[in-house]
Structure formats: structure tokens, C-alpha cells
Write a protein that binds this ligand. Structure first.
Ligand SMILES: *Cc1c(COP(=O)(O)O)cnc(C)c1O
Length: 373
């Protein structure tokens, strides 16, 4: 006799819709029999990894028969210096995605809830639902707001109640690229009850050039309920290694470190991340290319009368003026992979990652052909 093993799963898990990753280049080329495709779908760094990180990786290859340092001593020490915190305040994760998951496992369960915004990063609802907690989705700013589709912190704060243990804030948010200024974030932190953890997701921190954009780590000492997450996947170009971190008060870090696997970040990831941290040139060049690329893409939108959500990240969500799914499919046939964001409540938008000039050009030309045809 066989059982229904789907029905046997926990309710939250059974009803999960899995995260939709960007389509890998190999998969597209295998399916369509095409070549020389480009991927502008996962906010990866078009410059690739830091050369320092690559050199460190080569130097550590021979060591992979050994388990990694489960405490990530060297990397946490360096992060501690750079962030001016004790290494005991840091939690390393298999991508910052894992930190989000650890938060849910440690602080949420049925009967508790988490608050986040509409159009926020797709991992929040997944980690909340998987542990059977309630997701409270606050409405975002309206489309005609100065920060369209961005987080409305008042709406978020008003949804916090006695059972809210976590509030997720993405600054800037993906897929909107919208951001929150210093006064807004500080005012929010003061308003959130002590019992509610504020997860400030700063995956794109290094890219942001806007005046008044805050570094939330400066509030860690004042707010022991604050957890800031960052990653090596985006500007550092190490998405394939899977490493990110959370920085918080010592008590929260202690709890997160209890629930993680003992060896959740591998030895190559730790070595690559450590080297990338000190490659300021790579970061500077990545920001420069991104600023140029964003200007190139937004100018192209304006010339064509296409709307877009002003972004401070390394991506832009463009309003293609019609259902975006078929446009996405047609772009695939042009060998250009972007990301439809209908699942985020933005059915007419496509999110494109800022590439190098040539890649952006190719995307724009392909979009022209698709929208014309
Ligand atoms: C990409 C991203 C992350 C996490 O990426 P990792 O590769 O798991 O570190 C987290 N938050 C947001 C908003 C992102 O866009």
C-alpha cells in the first residue's frame, strides 16, 4: 500500500510554491538549441568574481578533503573588524537566503506571524509559510508614489501585533529596486516592539549610491532586535559559492548559530569571501559599470515610452505595457534571459539585471524586436 506522501507533509510545506530561479543559460540553450545566450536574470555581477577571490579559491582547492572551519573564524574576524562588531554577533549562511531561513526556524511557528511588504523579496513568504507561521503582507506604495511599489513602513508597522516575531525589510528591495532613507528606517526601528525582530535585508548594499541611504549596521548597538543581512552573491560576484551573513546582537546570533548546520558554509566559500572583502577595486569598478548600465537602460526606456521602477540596485523592473510572460518567452528565443515578476504582483513588469554595455544593448535590441513583432 502506498500513502499520499504529499498529503503527509506539514501543511505549510505541502502548500508551498517553490522559488522560481532565473533560467540557467545551459538550460535555455539545451531546450532551444541556440548559443551565445546572455543571462540578465539573477542580479549576478557581469564582471564576474573578484580576481583576488579566484586566486584564494585556487590556493584552497587542495584543502577540500577537510571539513571547513565550522565557526568561520577568519572570515568572521575580518567582518567584525570592517563592521566594528564582535565576531560573536555574526552568523555565516549558505547565502544570505539561509540566514532568512534560520530566522524563521528560530523565531516563527504556527500562531506567530511575520510582516513584510507586497512586492517584497520572494523568499520571505516561503520561509514563513514553511514553518507554519502566518504571513502578514502590508500594501506597498501606490504606482504613482515617488517610490512606486516600495515598502510603506507605516502600513508595515500597523500590521505588527503581539504575535509578530519578525518583520522583513528589504533595503533596497528586489524586484522593485526601491529604497528607504535613514530617517524612515530609524523611525521604524524606534516604533517596532522589542519582541519583534527586524530583518534588514541589505543584499545590494554596496551598489546603492543614493544620498541618505543608511548603513543599518550603525543601529545594531541601539536595537538588539535588529538583524542586518548581506551577501557575497551580488556585488562580490560569488553567487555560485553560496555565502552571506547576518549581523545582529549577540543573543540573536547565538540563537541562529544553534540552528544552522555545523558546516553550512564551505571552505572555498569562506576563503573566496575573505579575499573578496578586501578587493575594493573590484567593488568600485562594479559600482561604476552598474551606474552606467542603469543609466543606459533607463534612457532606453524613456526613449521608448516604457515605464520603469526607479532602482538603486543592479537591476531594473520595466513595465512592458502588456502581460510580461509572453515577452519574457519571446526574449528567451532571442537568447536573452530576464525575469518575469508576475509572481511578485507585477504582471506587466520584467526585471532585467544590469549587465555590461554590450549585454544591455543586446537586451534593448531584442526587446525592440519582441515589442514590435
Ligand atoms: C539575492 C538576494 C538575497 C540573497 O541572496 P543569497 O545568494 O542567498 O545571498 C537576499 N535578499 C535579496 C533581496 C536578494 O535579492
Amino acid at each position: 500500500m502506498s500513502c499520499d506522501y504529499r498529503a503527509l507533509a506539514l501543511a505549510g510545506v505541502r502548500d508551498l510554491t517553490p522559488y522560481q530561479p532565473g533560467k540557467p543559460i545551459e538550460e535555455l540553450e539545451r531546450e532551444l538549441g541556440i548559443r551565445e545566450s546572455i543571462k540578465l536574470a539573477s542580479n549576478e555581477n557581469p564582471l564576474g568574481p573578484s580576481p583576488h577571490a579566484l586566486e584564494a579559491l585556487r590556493g584552497h582547492l587542495g584543502g577540500i578533503s577537510l571539513y571547513p572551519d565550522g565557526n568561520g573564524f577568519a572570515l568572521k574576524r575580518r567582518l567584525g573588524e570592517l563592521l566594528d562588531v564582535d565576531p560573536a554577533c555574526i552568523t555565516l549562511g549558505n547565502g544570505s537566503n539561509e540566514i532568512l531561513e534560520l530566522v524563521a526556524r528560530a523565531y516563527l511557528e504556527p500562531g506567530r506571524n511575520a510582516v513584510f511588504s507586497a512586492h517584497a523579496f520572494a523568499v520571505y513568504p516561503i520561509v514563513v509559510q514553511a514553518v507554519g507561521a502566518d504571513a502578514r503582507v502590508a500594501p506597498a506604495n501606490p504606482a504613482d508614489h515617488a517610490m512606486p511599489y516600495g515598502h510603506d513602513l507605516d502600513a508595515m508597522a500597523s500590521r505588527i501585533d503581539a504575535d509578530t516575531r519578525v518583520v522583513f525589510v528589504a533595503n533596497p528591495n528586489n524586484p522593485t529596486g526601491t529604497w528607504l532613507d535613514e530617517a524612515a528606517v530609524h523611525g521604524f526601528l524606534k516604533r517596532v516592539p522589542d519582541e519583534t525582530l527586524v530583518v534588514m535585508d541589505e543584499a545590494y548594499f554596496e551598489y546603492v549610491q543614493a544620498d541618505g541611504y543608511p548603513d543599518a549596521t550603525r543601529w545594531l548597538k541601539a536595537f538588539p532586535n535588529l538583524l542586518v543581512t548581506r551577501t557575497f552573491s551580488k556585488i562580490h560576484g560569488l553567487a555560485g559559492l553560496r555565502i552571506g551573513y547576518g549581523v545582529s546582537g549577540e543573543a540573536v546570533a547565538d540563537i541562529l548559530n544553534r540552528v544552522r548546520q555545523p558546516f553550512n558554509t564551505n571552505s572555498l566559500a569562506q576563503a573566496g569571501a575573505l579575499a573578496a572583502l578586501d578587493d575594493g577595486d573590484h567593488v568600485t569598478e562594479s559600482v561604476r559599470i552598474n551606474t552606467l548600465g542603469l543609466a543606459q537602460l533607463t534612457a532606453a526606456c524613456r526613449e521608448r515610452g516604457l515605464g520603469y521602477i526607479p532602482s538603486v540596485g543592479n537591476f531594473l523592473s520595466i513595465d512592458v505595457g502588456r502581460e510580461a510572460g509572453p515577452v519574457y518567452q519571446a526574449l528567451l528565443r532571442e537568447g536573452v534571459i530576464v525575469r518575469p515578476v508576475g509572481g511578485y504582483g507585477l504582471p506587466n513588469h520584467l526585471r532585467v539585471t544590469v549587465g555590461r554595455e554590450q549585454e544591455n544593448r543586446r537586451f534593448i535590441d531584442a526587446l525592440d524586436r519582441v515589442l514590435r513583432g
